[in-house]
Design a protein. Structure first.
Length: 441
């Protein structure tokens, strides 16, 4: 009994020290796909078998003094989930106790009475339940607590020592062989020492479904316990780890971090694109051509440039001034008539492009100057109308310049609702007032 208590104390101290190692030295966060985890394992244990269990009565069952005897076992285990497995065990050893409790008073030899049961074999199949590894950073756990429960069948041979003399109405201890079902319930923990090897430290109670395991037929079934220490080897690829030591929570946590990092990178890339687009559409040299379309950035102030932002060549020939013809006026009139914008915006609709293209050709061919004057109706604030009229005139200029017209010969301005040509009290009048006037000269 004293030996068993010392054994349990050693087990507890080992668990505490190993847990400390797990918390301070294990930093392996290698991502492991579940297909590569070790699921099959075998193991061997050795330890002490005893008649005593935590569930015994004060009298320790039929015999008052249990003795520890050596036992050994082997197992094969299949891990199904990180917290669930199935294990087949086979146990061999002896159970010994002395001092029969129900010894007749006045009869000498109670201290010499006892029994020894040889377990020929005890095979069982049990469920193996581990506390899941919920670490966010330590995927392969060093300490794995577990519980086991199952059912088994055993063959045993019992030898009784110094039985009391036969007495009426008193059961007589007898030697003999027997077989019985039993229920094993165990607790313990595994200590991972490598990718394939675990130290197994555990304690199992066997509830034997017979009352003759100790050779004495009392009213209650017999029990025994097995404190053991052993080794477990898991089969698998070289760099894989046992599934029972693995934290699926850490995998999910890592995947979430990776996804967050990818999204952050995408956001940063989109922000970079936005800033670049903002820079492209600016006009750093104030030549009337956006940076994106400016083929000659950094032109001096007041330099006349073409539609690509490059300085115009100096004119050495005196060119006769072109006269605005009736055909030219029709081109301008068609452009005014067909010019349409998106509602409340300075965005030119595509169906206006063909007539504007002809205006651009006219400006290029005859080197005309063009004044664009934007107007609105009286709806909206004075400030908003002024801004919208200016923006629409500028939008027409930008389009003509993009088609090759000389930006320096095009003036764009806005007058808001200050110069109506019709009443603003009717829809028709307001429509007439919303316009961009083209003055060719």
């Amino acid at each position: 009994m004293k030996t068993l208590k010392n054994w349990c104390l050693i087990a507890c101290l080992s668990a505490i020290s190993a847990q400390g190692i797990a918390q301070t030295s294990s930093t392996d966060t290698t991502k492991l796909p579940t297909d590569d985890l070790r699921r099959w394992s075998i193991g061997a244990n050795g330890g002490f078998l005893t008649h005593w269990t935590p569930f015994n009565r004060k009298t320790n069952g039929d015999y008052g003094t249990p003795h520890e005897k050596f036992g050994y076992s082997f197992f094969v285990k299949r891990q199904i989930l990180s917290s669930l497995g199935v294990q087949a065990d086979v146990l061999f050893g002896k159970v010994n106790a002395s001092k029969l409790n129900n010894f007749p008073e006045g009869v000498a030899g109670q201290d010499q009475s006892g029994y020894e049961t040889n377990i020929n074999w005890a095979a069982d199949l049990r469920g193996y339940f581990t506390v899941p590894n919920l670490s966010l950073s330590i995927k392969p756990a060093v300490i794995v607590p577990y519980l086991t429960a199952g059912v088994g069948y055993m063959s045993y041979s019992t030898t009784v020592r110094n039985p009391p003399p036969p007495m009426a109405n008193v059961p007589q201890p007898t030697s003999g062989d027997g077989k019985s079902w039993f229920l094993p319930i165990g607790i313990g923990f595994k200590i991972g020492v490598s990718r394939a090897v675990n130290i197994d430290l555990g304690y199992t109670v066997y509830s034997i479904r017979t009352n003759n395991f100790d050779g004495y037929k009392s009213g209650l079934n017999d029990h025994m316990s097995y404190a053991h220490l052993g080794i477990e080897y898991s089969f698998g690829k070289k760099n894989s780890r046992p599934l029972q030591n693995f934290s699926t929570v850490a995998v999910v946590h890592e995947e979430v971090k990776e996804t967050a990092a990818q999204l952050q990178a995408r956001l940063a890339a989109e922000e970079q694109k936005r800033l670049q687009n903002e820079k492209d559409m600016a006009d750093d040299d104030n030549d009337g051509v956006a940076n994106k379309y400016d083929k000659c950035p950094g032109t001096p102030v007041n330099t006349k440039v073409d539609g690509g932002g490059c300085p115009l060549p100096a004119m050495t020939m005196v060119k006769e001034k072109e006269i605005v013809t009736q055909q030219d006026r029709r081109v301008i009139g068609d452009a005014i008539k067909n010019l349409e914008f998106a509602y409340g915006k300075a965005e030119i609709k595509e169906r206006s492009y063909p007539t504007l293209d002809r205006v651009a050709e006219l400006l290029i061919q005859k080197d005309f100057s063009l004044k664009l004057a934007g107007h609105t109706d009286s709806k909206g604030s004075m400030k908003a109308n002024m801004a919208l009229s200016k923006a629409r005139a500028q939008a027409v200029k930008n389009y003509l310049v993009s088609k090759g017209a000389n930006a320096s010969r095009i003036e764009a301005t806005g007058y808001g609702s200050l110069q109506p040509i019709a009443t603003n009290k009717t829809a028709k009048g307001r429509q007439m007032n919303r316009r961009v006037e083209f003055t060719l000269f």
